[in-house]
Write a protein that binds this ligand. Structure first.
Ligand code: 1GP
Length: 251
């Protein structure tokens, strides 16, 4: 199985380079504008997915995105029907912060034979929902209780267990549109206890927070809502992600 995307993340981590992913929600995707400009704005990956896709045509969305960017397109699926062979890879998410067997293994059993017929790069990912100040679609649809915002020990033990189970990435998310992003102290605690790449998403809205999140130990930051609301912010968030973390940031 090829692993170009994952290898690029490992190399970036070794070189202390941080990455930015732009999340496209198929329900909100109407213009190709910010996808075609994403690369020049400093985005490294396009993620596509949603906890609930009710209006958008998922496959069509992937097709249009692929046509409008050279960036790697990675599926971030909310359900089994969000598998498209047109993408480059898929985060094969196991919701390890929850105790809902469907999201831990059930949906994966259904998706496995579909994925087997594609050439998608499959990246086993420990997905952890963290409370971000309100109930998000992700939390509600997953039918799980998120990790409390201040329970760093639960987060780090969960991430450690994920790594010990052989998962290749940890993705901590407060959910799209959350009031708060994952706390810096939680990111630091998790970072200290695992060696695999760490992705942070949910509620990230500005370059200052982005810089601190990277400095705390995120290897990749995911933004969705801010890119929909203020596309002009993407370039400055990208700058914050790529700024050498050993120096002082100039925004
Ligand atoms: C959600 O991490 C993503 O899964 C993005 O969240 O839309 O709040 O940026 P936002």
């Amino acid at each position: 199985m090829h692993r170009a995307i994952y290898d690029s993340l490992l190399t970036a981590r070794k070189d202390k380079q941080k990455k930015l992913a732009l999340l496209i929600d198929p329900d909100k995707f109407s213009t190709t504008g910010h996808v075609s400009n994403a690369e020049s704005m400093g985005v490294d990956f396009i993620f596509i997915g949603g906890s609930l896709v009710s209006k958008g045509d998922f496959n069509r969305c992937v097709e249009v995105v692929k046509k409008n960017t050279n960036l790697p397109v990675v599926l971030f699926p909310g359900n089994v029907d969000q598998v498209s062979p047109l993408a480059d890879g898929i985060l094969f998410l196991s919701l390890i912060s929850g105790r809902n067997p469907e999201n831990l293994i059930g949906k994966h059993v259904l998706a496995a034979p579909i994925l087997k017929k594609t050439s998608l790069e499959i990246i086993p990912t420990g997905y952890m929902l963290v409370d971000g100040g309100k109930v998000t679609t992700a939390t509600y649809m997953s039918n799980t209780v998120p990790i409390p915002h201040d329970k760093n020990d639960i987060a780090s033990c969960t991430a450690m267990a994920g790594e010990m189970l052989g998962l290749k990435l940890i993705y901590m998310d407060t959910g799209s549109g959350a009031d708060k992003h994952v706390s810096l102290s939680m990111i630091k605690e998790v970072r200290k206890n695992i060696d695999i790449p760490l992705i942070i998403g949910g509620g990230i809205r500005n370059p200052e927070d982005t810089y601190e999140i990277c400095k705390a130990g995120a290897d990749m930051v995911v933004i969705g809502t801010i890119a929909e609301q203020s596309p002009e912010m993407v370039a400055s968030i990208a700058k914050a992600v790529h700024y050498n973390t050993s120096g002082k940031i100039r925004l």
